[in-house]
Write a protein that binds this ligand. Structure first.
Ligand SMILES: *Cc1c(COP(=O)(O)O)cnc(C)c1O
Length: 442
């Protein structure tokens, strides 16, 4: 019998047969297997580069959806994963504990604002949002207030794809009509009109304030993304709005849940986006960059007041199989150690300056509605939705990995991207947007 090829070789070389199987049998995010959009086989990834199976190298503009902030194949992160896998990859977290989880939670308690003291480790961002909602519900149940069942949120939000999280996503983007009848109905107000840099006017908070006043007795909490609304439209709103939300929540004794899954760990130019407003939530969710894009893991961190209220009477009723996975905790510790060096501050400032300059030429192009940059987030909003069948291969041809959605071409490069790579990325975007702006396209 001939020995089987080593698994590493099997996994690295993609054949045409593999691609056919992928097309016919595998769902990619938000896709159809009967009308598939193109997918590109990856052979390896390093720093801010993704190498395709055909040898082409792409400059990464996505950090794998906000997560791979330190770039791919990072020596320190690799070392953390190797060291842990040789000890143990996983043990159950019920009744057992281990150093990687303790270290990670210690770091999270230290990094997040002072009142946030208790950590619940979750398996993904969406699940952490579910847990944050359960936490808010249990908080009120433990205060003998059984009636409350709703959340208040703003439109254009995104909090994940599980059913509970979907119910607080934007009703249109979040496909509420498709899932009508199986989701809880929450209370929505329009998303903030005031842009990040706009001068504050109290009328911006009027609708939120009136709605909170009307519904506060039915609410377990307010949930929103701080300052940046990510997948729901890449909108940047005024920190003053968030500050007023926090004040109003305090006034009515309503819990504030901030979803920092996309914004946490420096992406907006502050360690956490709530710092733009100088406020602290009662419950915070983090994910994505938490493990530097290595593994799936998220966390919910709540104030001592919330955890004490629940635990004096009850226990936190959640406990996934892979809770506190040691491998994920170890790479998360390595990711947070890199964040703790503070290097991200200069890197994100450079990203902001580079994208402001590099994307500016798009502003006057016919196809463009708006260009905006905040921290390490660059957005070119078009007037019309893009055709993914056309634009995705075009971007790859330009040597960049950028994944637009709807009318949005956006960049979230790894913090470690070089100045040259960033200019290359922005120039590629400009060329593609210019084509979309040519007379025969518009
Ligand atoms: C990505 C994201 C989530 C969901 O996280 P998953 O790990 O994809 O489940 C939730 N909230 C926000 C703000 C996100 O950006």
């Amino acid at each position: 019998m001939t020995p089987k090829q080593p698994a590493s070789a099997e996994l690295s070389s993609i054949t045409p047969d593999d691609m056919a199987f992928d097309r016919d049998h595998i769902w990619h995010p938000y896709t159809s297997v009967t009308h598939p959009t193109p997918v590109f086989p990856v052979e390896s990834a390093h720093g801010a580069r993704i190498r395709l199976a055909d040898g082409r190298e792409l400059v990464d503009g996505m950090a794998s959806w906000w997560s791979a902030v330190h770039g791919y194949n990072h020596p320190q992160m690799n070392a953390a994963a190797h060291a842990q896998i040789d000890r143990f990859s996983h043990v159950m977290f019920g009744g057992l504990t281990h150093k990687p989880a303790i270290e990670l939670c210690r770091k999270l308690v230290e990094m997040t604002p002072e009142p946030l003291q208790t950590v619940f480790l979750a398996d993904s961002g969406s699940v952490s949002v579910e847990i944050s909602i359960k936490m808010a519900v249990q908080y009120w149940r433990c205060r003998d207030d059984e009636r409350r069942s709703k959340l208040l949120t703003i439109r254009n939000g995104y909090h994940g794809d599980t059913i509970g999280a979907m119910a607080v996503c934007d009703p249109v983007n979040g496909m509420h009509s498709l899932f009508r009848g199986i989701m809880l109905e929450h209370v929505f107000v329009d998303s903030p009109e005031c842009r990040f840099e706009d001068e504050w006017d109290e009328r911006y908070i009027e609708e939120f304030a009136c709605t909170l006043k009307e519904h506060h007795r039915d609410l377990v909490g307010v949930i929103m993304e701080p300052v940046v609304q990510g997948a729901g439209g890449m909108r940047f709103y005024s920190p003053h709005y968030l500050r007023r939300v926090s004040e109003l929540c305090k006034e009515y004794g309503i819990l504030l849940i901030l979803d920092e899954i996309a914004t946490g760990f420096g992406r907006t130019g502050k360690l956490f986006a709530c710092e733009h407003a100088g406020i602290v939530p009662d419950i915070m969710t983090v994910g994505k960059a938490l493990t530097g894009g290595y593994m799936t893991m998220a966390a919910v961190i709540c104030s001592e007041h919330v955890s004490k209220t629940i635990c004096d009477r009850s226990a936190m009723m959640h406990g996934p199989t892979f809770m506190g996975n040691p491998l994920a905790c170890s790479v998360a510790c390595a990711s947070l150690d890199i964040i703790a060096t503070g290097e991200w501050q200069e890197q994100v400032a450079n990203l902001e300056a580079g994208m402001k300059e590099g994307l500016e030429p798009c502003r006057d192009m016919a196809a463009v509605a708006d260009v905006r940059v905040l921290g390490g987030i660059g957005v070119v909003e078009l007037k019309q939705p893009v055709d993914m069948q056309v634009i995705q291969p075009r971007l790859v041809e330009e040597g960049v990995w950028v994944r637009p959605f709807g009318k949005l071409l956006y960049l979230l490069p790894p913090y470690v991207i070089s100045k040259e790579e960033l200019s290359f990325l922005c120039a590629a975007i400009c060329r593609v947007v210019e084509e979309l702006s040519s007379p025969e396209q518009v």
